[in-house]
Design a protein around this ligand. Sequence first.
Ligand SMILES: C[C@@](CO)(OP(=O)(O)O)[C@H](O)COP(=O)(O)OP(=O)(O)OC[C@H]1O[C@@H](n2ccc(N)nc2=O)[C@H](O)[C@@H]1O
Ligand SMILES: Nc1ncnc2c1ncn2[C@@H]1O[C@H](COP(=O)(O)OP(=O)(O)O)[C@@H](O)[C@H]1O
Length: 284
Amino acid sequence: MTAHLSLGWPAPAKLNLFLHVNGRRADGYHELQTLFQFIDYCDYLDFKLMDGAALKLHSNLGGVVADNDNLILRAAKSLQQATGYPGGAEIWLDKRLPMGGGLGGGSSDAATTLVALNALWDTGLSNAELAEIGLKLGADVPVFINGLAAFAEGVGERLQPVFPPQSWYLVLVPDVHVSTQAVFQDPALPRATPKLDIDTLMNSSWSNDCQKLVAEKYPQVAKALAWLVEYAPSRMTGTGACVFGEFEQAQQAHAALAKLPPDLQGFVAQGMNSSPLLARLAQL
Ligand SMILES: C[C@@](CO)(OP(=O)(O)O)[C@H](O)COP(=O)(O)OP(=O)(O)OC[C@H]1O[C@@H](n2ccc(N)nc2=O)[C@H](O)[C@@H]1O
Ligand SMILES: Nc1ncnc2c1ncn2[C@@H]1O[C@H](COP(=O)(O)OP(=O)(O)O)[C@@H](O)[C@H]1O
């Protein structure tokens, strides 16, 4: 086989436009109701198909991300195992998304790897089969594979497409790492929000059940929210630490960004109900 290069596969970030914790299951995982929307702020992956089963990852973060725990290598290996495909790949990651901030970058990288290699290796799995493999890598992987904004239930794997406004967001990235596991283990986390039907939820005002706890524990998150809320309705995504303010016009989000004090970091992005990954796949 001649080495074949395929460039520019996006792995977008997601926002949880709302996140409700409805209960704890016997296995310790939490039942959620959440609304996922993508934003046009992405990591990018390139793939070179190789003879032989070896998988190799390079990244602009050096060795930090290129070890065997990386979700990209784990995703590629899972696809080889599920399909018996004998070939391998060399993968380049251009990491732009902050890690561990509730933007889902690791899960998105895994999903892009599964979708891209399934197409490039011609292994022919359906999206449902890829999502089943992906769910073992992270609760958020299936929504990135499906590529449609979704109302999610269960631990995030039962998905229904929805069409929230594709607002402009100013996303702030507090300089602190919040552990998802620690948030879910905290006795102070409210975990009894009643389950509501999708129509009621889509038409209610949106909130995040993890936000109060995380803002109390991490002053950097509280500070980012306190600044942002002066400009727009604002919330935390996932289990934090990132927070976002919601604007109708790009120009309003950029105007707020221009006033950001030097000790806060942020970026502007637009909400997308269809992932840029789907658009890239359609180019093949
Ligand atoms: C809650 C969300 C919302 O998007 O938060 P973010 O990670 O994006 O902030 C995600 O579903 C998270 O997904 P992900 O980050 O893949 O979580 P995992 O690695 O599967 O789980 C990390 C740990 O969090 C806890 N956990 C996670 C998800 C869940 N529904 N209930 C849990 O109790 C478990 O203790 C688990 O060991
Ligand atoms: N390709 C990857 N990109 C980012 N993080 C990764 C990757 N592979 C594994 N990880 C691990 O997953 C953790 C969660 O990353 P990420 O998905 O960015 O955050 P979150 O789940 O809060 O949205 C990171 O702290 C890192 O240890």
